[in-house]
Design a binder for this molecule. Structure first.
Ligand code: HDD
Length: 714
């Protein structure tokens, strides 16, 4: 019987960081083998560089050659092994969601759902379950930037005591298509165009919008995709949704329909589009760095876990089909009940071993959670297992440490295959068997009561390829989303459509998209047509007549997030001759509100303050544009400001902070720079006092009413 091998751990109990590394301090390494045997080894010997087969290496700097200047010898197994391993380091990147960032953490249940499910992770209040969560963009390759306008993946692997539960969701509660058979087309259309190999990580091109125009069912998701949700400020500030309707099944075998939600404690927040574009150049790893840094500093991101529960009868009474993944269930109708929390508190030790090799499978659900007949979900139940075979190369990918169940053993009669890492004992590799009768280990057995059982949905039908009529309404919820947004968000959404469609070179494609938009909202379509400088076409003929629903304020971001500097980054630009007391006051005040503060100067070596003392700084101005900060303070001396008037990076620093509607604090001496940058005083442009209070009072959030003064929105 094969038992879950325990991950190697150091004597201190932490994860083993020493294996394969030439660290300075020799560590005691304890390894528990597949059979449970303990190996311990301690000594400087363990720190020796070896081949993969354990042979100590005497010289890793020079290849074996025939004489100092002669050709290399084929017999040099040290060189061959090293180069060959390197040559094979890359594995295929994910076909979608290739670029991701992940962290370890815990899930804790705060309210039992025992009335609805037998799944222990949802019934044992207070129990902490290990998790590994990977966030991702969808369209770009593994090496693309973090801030394109794109949906974000939100995949959580929960190592429950009843097997792994993988909730593989997005930061948007609906999807582009209703049936998984369209997924390859959707993805082909959004990825870089097949002949030219661009654009990378961008939906603003012909093929994507061609597909969208021809698939009106995508219209609701397009509203979300064009909203500020797809340009998040931080991965710590995105929501997560399981998207599909799932089932919870209780001890009596009764099912309740459920939607899963993750809500960030820091609130859902976004960047401005112009800011996101500039961040892509300033720091392509903006989100990855932000997540890693926050966890590294002990500022652990946290999400509430919530459920929307409804009976089949309640679902049947809704004016849309809960099996249709292009529909959400308004929270005003069925509130989200918060029943747990997730905290991410440990960065991966190794990006490849963990973040890259983690394999999420929507099929991973513990007993008590079941699928629905959502045709998008049904297709996913096949696709993920399948893709791991080409990505990770073997049916044994579940044995890779990050994928192994940690809450319980895994054991069955499956054997062998590429990269078998376990050494199963005995001959019980089939069942039923009666080997136990002869005193041998007969291996694991089915558990008819506690094992996973599908909810017994009655099913009857004729074999057809047909979309259900209840899936025909493609526009009502798109309308609901648009009309529920604040004015600011509506303007951003319309402007995003103008931006994207302006990149479309085929006029008939633009027209078709607009003919669909007319079914969403005429004012929206009009604003977009105006922004494009085109006449409005006729509305497309909807498959089902859209209807109006009550606004759902829950769908907004603006006005909902907490007014806090917690989790935010404040940049303080200082020059020689600046007043050190002001710098200290701003720093103390912002840190007092939970912000991180970074000092920026024209030279990374620091500045000499007014009192002659030297101040160390964190960053150099040219590499630290204001797009990287949530709020900025300019603590300049008169001479320092004079110097910065001739430095484009300084002018841009102020101009962009203002243009991105951020709070700006400044010393009076900084005024000439603000004037040159076109900064006009408003509620969030304040003089820095001796205590920094006036600045931190306005530093959280954006000055939305400044926006019409700095850009023309659709
Ligand atoms: Fe998918 C990866 C989310 C529909 C096929 N998907 C993937 C990831 C996320 C999602 C977050 C990255 C997981 C990770 O971090 O490793 N996908 C979704 C959501 C969907 C969805 C929320 C709709 C509600 N996906 C979907 C469909 C199909 C796929 C309909 C195919 C029929 N998705 C895949 C995939 C990927 C994947 C090709 C690529 C890498 C992987 O699975 O492991 O199989």
């Amino acid at each position: 019987m094969a038992k879950t091998p325990t991950a190697p751990r150091t004597a201190s109990g932490g994860p083993d960081k020493s294996s394969g590394r030439n660290t300075a301090k020799p560590a005691i390494t304890t390894t528990i083998g597949a059979g449970g045997e303990v190996h311990q080894a301690a000594s400087a010997q363990d720190q020796r560089l070896t081949t993969n087969h354990g042979m100590p290496i005497s010289d890793d700097q020079n290849t074996l050659s025939a004489g100092p200047r002669g050709p290399h010898l084929l017999e040099d197994f040290v060189l061959r092994e090293k180069i060959q391993h390197f040559d094979h380091e890359r594995i295929p990147e994910r076909i979608v969601h290739a670029r991701g960032s992940a962290a370890h953490g815990v899930f804790e249940l705060t309210e039992s759902l025992a009335d609805y499910t037998t799944a222990k992770i949802l019934t044992e209040v207070g129990k902490q379950t290990e998790v590994f969560t990977r966030f991702s963009t969808v369209a770009g390759g593994a090496g693309s930037v973090d801030t394109p306008r794109d949906v974000r993946g939100f995949a959580v692997k929960m190592y429950t005591v009843e097997g792994n539960w993988d909730l593989v969701g997005n930061n948007i509660p609906v999807f582009f298509i209703q049936d998984a058979i369209k997924f390859p087309d959707l993805i082909h259309s959004v990825k870089m165009e097949a002949d030219r190999g661009y654009p990378q990580a961008a939906s603003a091109h012909d093929t994507f919008w061609d597909f969208i125009g021809l698939m009106p069912e995508s219209t609701h998701m397009i509203m979300w995709a064009m909203s500020d949700r797809t340009i998040p400020r931080s991965l710590r500030m995105i929501e997560g949704f399981g998207v599909h309707t799932f089932r919870l099944v209780n001890a009596a075998g009764e099912a309740t329909l459920v939607k899963f939600h993750w809500r960030p404690k820091l609130g859902t927040q976004s960047t401005c589009w112009d800011e996101a574009v500039k961040i892509a150049g300033a720091d392509p790893d903006y989100h990855r760095r932000d997540l890693f840094d926050a966890i590294d500093k002990g500022d652990f991101p946290e999400w509430e876990f919530g459920v929307q529960l409804l009976t089949q009868e309640q679902a049947d009474a809704l004016p849309f089909d809960v099996l249709d993944a292009t529909k959400l269930i308004p929270e005003e109708l069925y509130p989200v009940r918060v029943v747990g929390r997730m905290v991410l508190n440990r960065n991966p030790d190794n990006f490849f071993a963990e973040t890259e090799q983690v394999a999420f499978l929507p099929t991973n659900v513990p007993p008590g959670i079941d699928f629905s007949e959502d045709p998008l979900l049904q297709g996913r139940l096949f696709s993920y297992q399948d893709t791991q075979l080409s990505r990770l190369g073997t049916v044994n990918f579940h044995q890779i440490p990050i994928n192994q169940p940690k809450g319980c053993p895994f054991q069955n009669m499956q054997r062998d295959g590429h990269m078998q890492m376990q050494v199963p004992k005995g001959r019980a590799n089939y069942e039923p068997n009666s080997l136990a009768e002869a005193g041998e280990d007969g291996g694991p057995r089915e558990d008819p009561k506690g094992g996973f059982r599908s909810f017994q949905t009655p099913v009857e039908g004729t074999k057809v390829r047909i979309r259900a009529e209840t899936f025909a309404d493609h526009f009502s919820q798109a309308r609901l989303f648009f009309r529920s947004q604040t004015d600011i968000e509506q303007a951003h959404l319309a402007s995003a459509l103008v931006f994207e469609l302006s990149k479309v070179t085929l006029e008939h494609v633009r027209l078709r998209v607009m003919s669909n938009l007319l079914n969403v909202d005429e004012t929206l379509a009009g604003r977009v047509a105006d922004g494009l400088g085109m006449d409005l076409p006729k509305a497309s003929a909807p498959a089902a007549e859209p209807f109006d629903m009550d606004d759902s304020p829950a769908l907004r971001i603006v006005g909902k997030y907490p007014d806090t500097l917690k989790g935010r980054l404040v940049g303080v630009l200082v020059t020689d001759g600046a007043d050190g007391k002001v710098v200290s006051a701003v720093k103390a005040a912002a840190e007092g509100q939970g912000a991180q503060v970074q000092l920026i100067a024209p030279k990374v070596g620091g500045v000499v303050l007014k009192d002659g003392s030297k101040l160390k700084v964190d960053r150099q101005l040219a590499g630290s544009p204001s797009v990287l900060f949530d709020a900025v303070a300019l603590v300049l001396s008169e001479a320092g400001c004079e110097l910065l008037l001739g430095e484009g990076a300084a002018v841009d620093f102020a101009k962009d902070a203002f243009g991105h509607l951020k709070a700006m604090g400044h010393t009076p001496e900084a005024q000439p720079l603000l004037d040159k940058a076109g900064v006009v005083a408003d509620d969030r442009v304040v003089l820095l006092g001796k205590d920094g209070k006036a600045f931190v009072a306005v530093a959280a959030g954006r000055q939305w009413d400044r926006e019409p003064k700095v850009r023309i929105l659709a």
